[in-house]
Design a protein. Structure first.
Length: 380
């Protein structure tokens, strides 16, 4: 089976420096270097499409532009790229969300993927009018996905749950195809939700041994539900022709981290209720030292950015080897990003993907199914 690669749309802004933010912390000033206009995001999306990325993740939260609206606009400037739209179940009714997804599928030719984000920061959730605690939010997510999936199957839904209630809910038109649901979470209740409802379980880029434990955990829970789940990983990348060039870029990013910004971001992230964020923070401990936590796995991004905080750093061959290492564990989908996102997409797409293709691990998803006709030599 060919590996699947997705890219990232930086709706919080882009730069040659790391743009921080997320998990209750604001985007850093570098996000103003390249504002997240539809024109610029479409440029990234078209590049990702041409290079062979299947989809592009768009984040959610107060630190970035709205994912639904942004991807709806960017989709009109692309042809095949799918959009992994992150959204929070507590902010919209399940029936409306199911309808929105159905509309998105019809208007884009089936190019929607959904990344369900329960929300790990109560203070940010309250800003949106959501006052449930973390475990209650996860229980609501389970009810939400149950309703949405039944609606997508064309069922009429009546549910009086702990947090959600719908009566005689149905869709006039179901989505075709039904969007796949992506989901991440490291707490016990998150594993239960993943096992029951999702298609792809996403983990942030932890060292392989920790990723293997997560895969075994979720796989076991899914088996008890009579289901199978695919697995993906969220990472940044810095890949160059040589390892020296790649690490020079990583150190350049690190040199751009203002100490006061690091201190402020780390203080903000320390408030997070997210188990996944706690695990990210533990990888670097707020220190600039010893950031290579596994060969070619660098934890420096997490000093100034919430959420995914690790990057694969190295030569194209080394990064390809790390991808193969994760694939052996059971990872089939890779959601990647890099600063700036336009240029880094080309570094990875032209440097790493051909190496994986040569080993039979990847093929361009939009390549012609038949070989092109032979060109007739021009003669005068």
């Amino acid at each position: 089976m060919s590996l699947t690669f997705h890219w990232f749309l930086p709706t919080n802004g882009d730069s040659r420096h790391v743009v921080g933010g997320g998990h209750g912390t604001p985007a850093t000033a570098f996000g103003r270097n390249r504002p997240p206009t539809v024109a610029y995001l479409s440029q990234i999306a078209r590049a990702a499409e041409d290079l062979g990325f299947v989809g592009a993740l768009t984040p959610t939260g107060a630190w970035c532009e709205d994912a639904w609206l942004t991807t709806a606009m960017v989709s009109q400037h692309t042809e095949r790229l799918k959009f992994l739209v992150a959204f929070r179940p507590g902010f919209v009714s399940p029936t409306l969300a199911a309808q929105m997804a159905s509309t998105f599928q019809r208007q884009t030719g089936g190019r929607l993927l959904l990344n369900v984000v329960t929300g790990g920061e109560s203070h940010e959730q309250r800003a949106y009018g959501d006052f449930l605690d973390k475990d209650a939010r996860y229980r609501r997510t389970g009810e939400f996905l149950r309703i949405v999936r039944d609606l997508w199957e064309g069922k009429t839904v009546d549910l009086s749950g702990e947090h959600l209630q719908v009566e005689d809910a149905r869709l006039a038109r179901v989505p075709d195809p039904v969007p796949e649901v992506y989901f991440g979470g490291s707490s016990p209740i998150a594993g239960e939700i993943a096992a029951r409802h999702v298609d792809v379980y996403l983990t942030w880029g932890e060292p392989p041994a920790q990723v293997a434990e997560k895969i075994a955990w979720v796989r076991g829970l899914a088996a008890k539900e009579g289901r199978t789940v695919r697995f993906g990983i969220r990472l940044h990348v810095i890949t160059r022709d040589t390892a020296e060039q790649a690490w020079t870029e990583a150190h350049k990013l690190l040199d751009g981290f203002d100490p006061d910004t690091v201190k402020s971001v780390q203080a903000g992230l320390a408030r997070s209720e997210s188990e996944g964020q706690r695990r990210m923070l533990a990888l670097h401990g707020g220190s600039r030292e010893d950031l290579e936590i596994h060969p070619n796995l660098w934890a420096g991004i997490g000093l100034v950015r919430g959420g995914a905080g690790t990057a694969l750093v190295g030569s194209h061959d080394e990064v390809a080897e790390r991808i193969k290492e994760y694939h052996v564990l059971g990872i089939d989908e890779f959601v990647l990003s890099g600063y700036p996102h336009l240029e880094e997409a080309y570094w990875f797409g032209e440097g790493v993907l051909p190496r994986l293709a040569a080993q039979g691990l990847w093929q361009h998803p939009f390549a012609p199914t038949t070989a092109p006709a032979a060109q007739v030599p021009f003669t005068s």
